[in-house]
Design a protein around this ligand. Structure first.
Ligand code: ADP
Ligand code: MG
Length: 215
């Protein structure tokens, strides 16, 4: 099966389930070093996307990512709303007039992550969602360049997302609310890194099922 926006409703539903199932854990993470609203912020955005999912499924990727980005920017709020929104708006821009395959998707995702870096004035190692997004982008680009088989791409991406999320535990936060705590920010996983990992793993779960199923 091809990667088409018609998959968007199942992708959004999978994300919704993953965030619901881990909501308490993520809230506890954001309470420990933030203000505790990260999950409710994100859930507002996901519910808005669920409501739009039939419409999104009829768009092409460029239009769908643009709409997803704008919806997240307005519905989520908090620092994460503009950052997650920026990711998709930038992906939409980078995907214009290009065929979508693993190679180009890897480049498009990397452009999205670069835009998040600029928007957040942040980079790897600052205990944010970027500590998941950057290694995932790198892994995608690496596997695309090596033309490895899809199941291995999914495995690598999953591994990079989980390792990135775990890596935030011992980091000192230098961006966002957690940075106000200084050294006391160590010892807790970053909430945005956790939700990025959960969403990426949920996406991989659906894509692995659809793209590697026998025709
Ligand atoms: P707020 O911090 O405004 O309450 P959220 O709780 O929704 O917003 O989101 C917090 C998450 O946003 C953090 O866990 C972190 O991953 C991410 N974040 C915050 N500031 C930045 C930044 N400058 N760059 C990248 N990510 C950031
Ligand atoms: Mg918060």
């Amino acid at each position: 099966m091809q990667l088409v926006p018609a998959l968007l409703p199942s992708l959004i539903q999978a994300i919704d389930r993953a965030i619901e199932a881990n909501a308490e854990e993520v809230t506890a993470l954001d309470q420990a070093i933030g203000d505790g609203d990260h999950v409710t912020n994100l859930q507002r955005g996901i519910k808005a996307l669920l409501a739009q999912s039939d419409e999104l499924a009829r768009l092409d990727w460029v239009a769908a990512w643009q709409k997803i980005g704008m919806t997240l920017m307005t519905a989520v709020g908090g620092a994460s709303g503009s950052l997650y929104g920026t990711l998709f708006v930038a992906m939409s821009k980078a995907a214009r007039d290009r065929p979508l395959n693993l190679q180009t998707f890897a480049e498009v995702f990397a452009s999205g992550v670069d835009a998040v870096k600029q928007r957040g004035k942040a980079d790897a190692g600052e205990k944010t969602m970027l500590d998941v997004m950057i290694p995932v982008a790198t892994s995608l680009q690496q596997t695309a360049a090596d033309s490895v088989a899809l199941p291995e791409v999914f495995e690598n991406v999953t591994r990079a997302a989980i390792a990135g999320m775990e890596s935030t535990r011992d980091m000192l936060a230098t961006k966002g609310r957690a940075s106000f705590l200084g050294e006391r920010s160590r010892g807790h996983i970053d909430a945005g890194a956790k939700t990025s990992q959960l969403m990426i793993c949920a996406l991989v779960g659906v894509l692995a099922e659809h793209l590697t199923a026998p025709a």
